[in-house]
Design a protein around this ligand. Structure first.
Ligand code: C2E
Ligand code: CA
Ligand code: CA
Length: 640
């Protein structure tokens, strides 16, 4: 009997749908009401019984009220399932009872056969019809049927006429048959609704999974795309939509050195921080790898700026994972709709470009999209594409800039500086194409070529002149880097002690065992190292004693830059003081005037390099400079 109970196993949603089926097809209720009224009319007219009249009037009024209720969905809105069900129940039961009694009384009062047949047959037929129509709530259907049929059945059972008694028997059989029909209809209906519900819920769950990032629980790319479309559609005219594209700096190293598990936990932590620091309703997504995107509405650009700073700050806070304390920086690119683009694609592209700028400009910063970035990118893309061909087309060459002994004026070394003579763009600065080469990995091939070329040229110089080659961090981290350099030396027949590798502090910041091994292996072979651009980065003096540097190159901003002056003079003095204690030479870069020569020499620099002495020149001119090196020239060089 369970299916007949009000609290059956079907859950609330299925229950609601089943109750809704009661109210569908208001037309059938209206037609039923009219037919019901007409069906009772002969009994009223032929019997003249006031009781039948009252019941018929009540039945008609209830029928009209029910039809009106079914026609007005608004009247049902917001009502609980239980209330809706009880309202229907009340109407259905009272309607059926009135009609059932009219039919029973028509039998009881022996109204003429035709009128009686119409009332009784129609009441029974109505009962059978609702048993099917209301099978969604079987106890209502069966209740209605019972109220319609049982009174006439009872009355006819006690009539003397055999036909009446047979009618009672047939009605009982009909009642039982219809109960069974109602129950099986209900079971089929409920099961099909429940299975439709289950598959709808499953589809919801699948959709949720398809839009969620497994590692962080944030939105994934698909989820973000979906939400972005909704956000853009809902944005108000006075609102902006800010898009923050976040990229973690050096996440790959964490992954490589501490393992993927730590990497995943780091991503999770960053994800939850972003969720905490982003505005409440923001869409926060992991866009694959170590990239995150946040989208949210903002009232003004200023508001977007402060959000970006807050996010940057949140990510930079140290993270503790087990015993490791990790500090991870990030770069953030920001673009705003409608300021930077009218649709979501344009704004995504803008944020991506801005992010790229933030990374190129030294990471750990926020960069807002600007139209010039598009032009820069086009140029960069061109450079990227053409750099691969430049080597084959012989467009690259190495120039040599002398490094002068500030005591004697003699050339002690040349720094190899790469030059690209592009057939259409003219001469390209290394500052423009080296970063591109680093990004694409082309620096490894390019770097090997530079070292080999430089070593070959240096082999033609006098024994006491060395060659300095710049190395980028990517080159050092490449497998077999040290071997490549030793091979180049062997092929050029240049003694390792005549090669000096210029590296910047960023190489050492990684604290990578690979870097240490690279330096140790080459130092062992006799290659020397110079710390380049000193004073521009962290300028940690700790590195000076840890690594076997033979030179420190003081950045040219201290010598000829806008900041050169008393303060930088003091810095050069301090560095050269320490350098001489540690047996290192101090090179002043970017010397452009004789006054600067005097200043840096007075500050303790032993070597100098700069336009004052010579620009970087092709190999044949470098050879000429060496050949012409006579006492007189040397004297003139230093006297100015
Ligand atoms: P860097 O290693 O600091 O090289 C010195 C730069 O200062 C060179 O610029 C040089 O031309 C310039 N310079 C020299 N004297 C003066 C001066 O008196 N005044 C001024 N204003 N500048 C002076 P360049 O050749 O454009 O190279 C720029 C940077 O590109 C280099 O900075 C280096 O970091 C990188 N680079 C150049 N060649 C190579 C290379 O072969 N491999 C790698 N990995 N990087 C290279
Ligand atoms: Ca250098
Ligand atoms: Ca330098």
């Amino acid at each position: 009997m369970q299916v007949l109970l009000r609290t059956d196993a079907a859950d609330d949603r299925v229950h609601r749908i089943l109750v809704e089926t009661l109210y569908t097809q208001p037309a059938s209720l209206a037609l039923g009401a009219i037919a019901g009224a007409l069906g009772c009319l002969p009994a009223v007219l032929y019997s003249g019984e006031p009781m039948i009249l009252c019941l018929a009037i009540a039945q008609t009024l209830i029928g009209i009220a029910r039809a009106i209720m079914a026609c007005m969905p608004a009247a049902r809105q917001g009502r609980s399932t239980l209330v809706m069900e009880m309202m229907f129940e009340f109407g259905a039961f009272s309607y059926a009872l009135c009609w059932g009694l009219v039919a029973a009384l028509a039998i009881e009062y022996d109204v003429p056969a035709a009128a009686r047949t119409l009332t009784v047959v129609y009441a029974t037929a109505y009962g059978a019809a609702v048993a099917a129509r209301n099978a969604g709530r079987p106890y209502i259907a069966i209740g209605q049927l019972g109220l319609l049929v049982v009174p006439e059945l009872l009355v006819s059972a006690f009539k003397p006429d055999l036909a009446d008694r047979l009618f009672a028997v047939c009605s009982t059989l009909l009642l039982l048959a219809m109960i069974s029909v109602t129950r099986s209809t209900f079971t089929a209906l409920r099961d099909s609704i429940a299975s439709a519900e289950t598959s709808a819920r499953l589809a919801d769950k699948m959709q949720h999974l398809a839009r969620t990032d497994v590692v962080t629980g944030l939105l994934n790319r698909a989820g973000l795309n979906h939400q972005l479309v909704e956000r853009v559609a809902a944005i108000q005219p006075d609102q902006k939509l800010a898009l923050f594209w976040i990229d973690l700096d050096r996440f790959k190293e964490v992954n490589d050195t501490l393992g993927h598990q730590v990497g995943d936990r780091l991503l999770c932590e960053i994800g939850s921080r972003l969720k905490r620091f982003a505005p409440n309703a923001a869409s926060v997504a992991r866009f694959g790898g170590d990239e995150f995107i946040i989208a949210c509405e903002a009232a003004s650009r200023r508001e977007v700026e402060s959000m970006a700073m807050q996010l940057l700050e949140a990510i930079t806070q140290p993270i503790r994972i087990d015993d490791d304390r990790l500090e991870i920086g990030s770069s953030i690119g920001v673009a705003i709709l409608p300021d930077d683009g009218s649709d979501i694609e344009a704004v995504m592209q803008g944020a991506d470009l801005a992010l790229y700028h933030a990374k190129v400009n030294g990471r750990k910063q926020v960069s807002f999209f600007a139209p010039s970035m598009t032009r820069d990118l086009v140029r960069r893309k061109e450079i990227e594409a053409e750099l691969r061909l430049a080597l084959q087309r012989d467009e690259l060459s190495i120039f040599f800039q002398p490094i002068i002994d500030l005591a004697t004026g003699r050339i002690r070394a040349f720094e190899a500086l790469v030059r690209w003579f592009h057939p259409e763009k003219g001469e390209l600065r290394p500052d423009e194409f080296i970063p591109v080469a680093e990004e694409t990995g082309a620096i490894i091939t390019l770097g090997n070529w530079i070292t080999a070329q430089a070593a070959r040229v240096a082999a033609t110089w006098p024994e006491d002149v060395t060659i300095a080659v710049n190395l980028s961090p990517i080159q050092i981290r490449a497998p077999g880097a040290a071997l490549g350099i030793l091979n180049a030396l062997r092929e050029a027949r240049l003694s390792p002690s005549r090669l000096e590798l210029e590296i910047t502090e960023t190489v050492l910041l990684d604290n990578s065992p690979n870097t240490d091994a690279f330096i140790a292996e080459l130092a062992e072979a006799g290659v020397r190292f110079a710390l380049d651009d000193f004073g521009t980065g962290y300028s940690s003096l700790g590195y000076l004693s840890k690594y076997p540097f033979s030179k420190i190159k003081v950045d040219r901003s201290f010598v000829s830059g806008v900041n050169a002056g008393k303060k930088s003079d003091a810095i050069i003095r301090a560095v050269s003081g320490m350098g001489s204690t540690l047996g290192m030479e101090i090179v002043a870069e970017g010397i452009e005037t004789i006054d600067q020569v005097k200043a840096v020499r007075a500050a303790g620099c032993t070597l100098g390099q700069g336009y004052y002495f010579s620009r970087a020149v092709p190999d044949y001119l470098a050879a000429m400079l060496l050949a012409q090196e006579s006492e007189a020239q040397v004297g003139r060089r230093l006297a100015g």
